[in-house]
Design a protein around this ligand. Structure first.
Ligand code: UDP
Ligand code: MG
Length: 309
């Protein structure tokens, strides 16, 4: 019997792309020596995505499977649902908007089978076609997170990747509620390779990520994979404690030996404001971590399934 490749396809409002990606993938996968499964995850789309998925399912129930969420839970949840429901010996993950080129799949499989990699992903070497400002912030984000986190997060690496069953099982062990896959893929370890490719525009529909969502996504990434903001706060606190202690000693010394003729209101107000703002900032950052802990301890399911086939 052939080994099986499962492809996880998260869809959020992708009615045009669902049949297109089916045609492209089934045509390609028929030529490969693997049994295959296309696992659509409908992440609470509000358009006709579910109907389209059911259409391809009717056409090819042997290869098509789907999980339909009760509402939009986000791509990270869709990825997790895919990993939990995929039955293949190899499991791939790709967007349905053709930004992840299907024709890379044979090369990726080859690297796994012949070169012994546990995971092969794709890395964009250019960000052409993306708004300049978005690329700038994306680059900045990767710089910062790689400085402050011990887990390497590869710049330009997309979620597009294929991995072995062993690696999927390792990922499933991480059942945290706040999921930042880009970090988790590298946290679990295993031998990994990234193949370069050029960025391309999505085929149909529009991207569902706004700038503020991307900002939130990066903050979540930093908080999930780094304690640096907390360390930084301790340093700021420690250093300002030392500095103010020295200043205090100097002031006492001066007052005792030379009297105290100075009036220092403006400087005092500035120092007060500074300390106040550092405290507020600290509370805000700590609050972010506490909020994440709150979400984790509630231990809610990561997604809810309405239908599965
Ligand atoms: N997606 C999803 N849930 C969401 C948002 C997006 O499953 O809440 C899917 C979407 O259908 C697509 C993939 O995730 O297959 C990537 O989304 P998109 O193309 O909007 O992101 P971008 O390529 O711009 O990063
Ligand atoms: Mg896209």
């Amino acid at each position: 019997m052939n080994e099986k490749l499962s492809l996880i396809l998260p869809c959020y409002n992708e009615q045009e792309n669902v049949p297109l990606i089916y045609d492209a993938l089934s045509q390609l996968l028929e030529t490969l020596p693997y049994d295959y499964e296309l696992l659509y995850i409908n992440d609470g789309s509000s358009d006709k995505t579910q109907q389209e998925i059911e259409k391809v399912y009717q056409k090819d129930p042997e290869h098509v499977h789907f999980v339909n969420f009760s509402r939009n839970f986000g791509k990270e949840s869709a990825i997790y649902a895919g990993l939990q429901n995929a039955s293949g010996d190899y499991v791939g993950l790709m967007d349905v908007d053709f930004q992840d080129p299907p024709e890379m799949i044979p090369t990726m499989m080859k690297a796994i089978k012949e070169e012994g990699y546990d995971m092969v992903g794709a890395r964009r070497t250019s960000r052409d076609g993306e708004p300049k400002i978005r690329s700038f912030f994306a680059r900045l984000f990767y710089k910062i997170i790689n400085k402050i986190s011990e887990t390497e997060i590869v710049d330009g690496a997309r979620d597009f990747r294929i991995m072995t069953r062993q690696m999927v099982d390792a990922l499933l062990e991480l059942s945290e509620y706040n999921r930042f896959s880009k970090g988790m893929f590298s946290w679990v370890g295993f031998k990994t390779k990234y193949l370069p490719y050029k960025n391309r525009d999505r085929m149909a529909g529009t991207t569902s990520w706004s700038f503020s969502q991307l900002l939130k996504y990066s903050m979540d990434g930093i908080i999930s994979f780094s304690e640096f903001p907390l360390t930084l706060l301790s340093w700021i606190g420690g250093l300002s404690f030392i500095a103010s202690s020295i200043a205090l000693l100097v002031i006492i010394f001066r007052a005792v030996f030379f009297g105290n003729p100075t009036s220092g209101w403006p400087s005092m107000i500035v120092v007060l404001l500074l300390i106040g703002s550092i405290l507020t900032l600290s509370l805000g950052i700590i609050g972010k971590y506490v909020g994440k802990i709150f979400l984790e301890v509630k231990n809610r399911p990561i997604y809810i399934i309405k239908e599965k086939k």
